[in-house]
Design a binder for this molecule. Structure first.
Ligand SMILES: Cc1cc2nc3c(=O)[nH]c(=O)nc-3n(C[C@H](O)[C@H](O)[C@H](O)COP(=O)(O)O)c2cc1C
Length: 319
């Protein structure tokens, strides 16, 4: 299924798709053209934290082009953040208008700004005046009302944006329930910017169906589907799905390289193990029976036990 014109981006998944993950993914599997990094919450009157600067350093976009993402509802803070990211070597930044968590959205940030197109308009007008980077926007259908998107798109159409990424759920839906393809089709027709569809692309079959239902869309963002099956993006670009033994070797190599990256980034075995356990929420989905794999990994109390749980897991039947 060669899809040469298809542009694929790795979705930001906070806690998972950090610099170490993106680099290791690009080395082991490929398929993505770029990635949007998990959001940085900009703080009024403050520069980025040192850990954030490290994550955003240009070095960390060598293997896979990375677009930083920011979360803010304050134009001055936004402008300062964009300047800082530009100084770090970035030429494009994404604005998060989709985060659904009440601590964020409840304070009119992320998806919480979607009911307020006037505020979005005022922020963009200030921020894009002399802006040193290109700006994209990642958004949902709405906070509670799935039609909020349409007034927001009218606003976005007035500004020079690099792309608009839509995850067609409301914030209330979080990450469950059906994605609303009909509203996505409508949004794509209204939107004058390059349009990216994001949500529930988990298999080549689902992707084929989406391509039929969203004709003309050539930009796609994939999150959980690629975390659960890291071979997916390359397969969507035309590669063959590797046979089981090759998959097992590649997944093991990915795991070991990722752990090597974190040894470098994180201090101490407890942090290392905790971080790897987070990744197993998705890695386990490569196995026919994820439950026992996950239980064994999560039960491991030290690195030695963890390592033998990993060895045991990679002997289990793959999906
Ligand atoms: C644990 C988790 C963390 C996420 N973090 C971010 C984030 O930092 N920024 C963002 O725009 N979206 C974030 N998302 C949303 C994803 O980028 C994506 O829009 C969503 O998972 C739907 O796409 P998918 O079905 O391909 O995963 C997150 C989703 C999950 C489940």
């Amino acid at each position: 299924m060669p899809q040469n014109e298809t542009i694929l981006s790795l979705a930001p998944i906070r806690g998972i798709t950090d610099a170490a993950y993106r680099r290791t993914f690009a080395r082991c599997f490929g398929g993505f053209d770029h990635a949007v990094a998990p959001f940085i919450q900009l703080r009024q009157g403050h520069t980025l934290r040192s850990g954030e600067r490290l994550q955003m350093s240009v070095e960390n976009k060598r293997d896979l082009r990375m677009i930083p993402q920011v979360l803010t509802n304050n134009a001055a803070t936004f402008t300062a953040g964009l300047r800082e990211l530009h100084e770090l070597g970035h030429d494009e930044v994404d604005w998060n208008l989709g985060c659904p968590y009440p601590t964020v959205a409840g304070r009119s940030r992320g998806a919480g700004l979607l009911p307020h197109p006037g505020r979005i308009d005022a922020i963009l007008e200030q921020v894009l005046d002399g802006c040193p980077v290109r700006l994209s926007v990642k958004l949902r259908l709405g906070y509670r009302n799935p039609d909020e998107l349409f007034s927001v798109i009218e606003v976005l159409n007035r500004y020079p944006l690099s792309e608009v990424i839509l995850h067609p759920r409301t914030a209330d839906q979080m990450y469950g329930g059906a994605v609303d393809i009909q509203r996505a089709v409508h949004a794509r027709k209204l939107c004058r910017h390059p349009f990216v569809f994001n949500g529930d692309i988990n298999t080549p079959e689902e992707f084929c169906e989406l391509r039929t239902r969203l004709p003309g869309v050539d930009r796609w963002m994939i999150g959980r589907g690629a975390l659960a099956c890291p071979f997916l993006p390359a397969v969507l670009k035309g590669a063959r799905f590797p046979e089981a033994e090759k998959r097992r070797r590649q997944l093991r190599e990915f795991h070991d390289l990722l752990m090597g990256e974190y040894r470098h980034w994180l201090s101490g075995p407890a942090h290392l193990q905790d971080k790897m356990k987070e990744h197993w929420a998705y890695l386990a989905l490569s196995f026919a029976e994820p439950g026992p794999v996950l239980a064994r990994i999560r039960d491991s109390r030290n690195l030695e036990v963890y390592t033998s749980a990993v060895d045991w897991s990679f002997e289990q039947v793959l999906k």
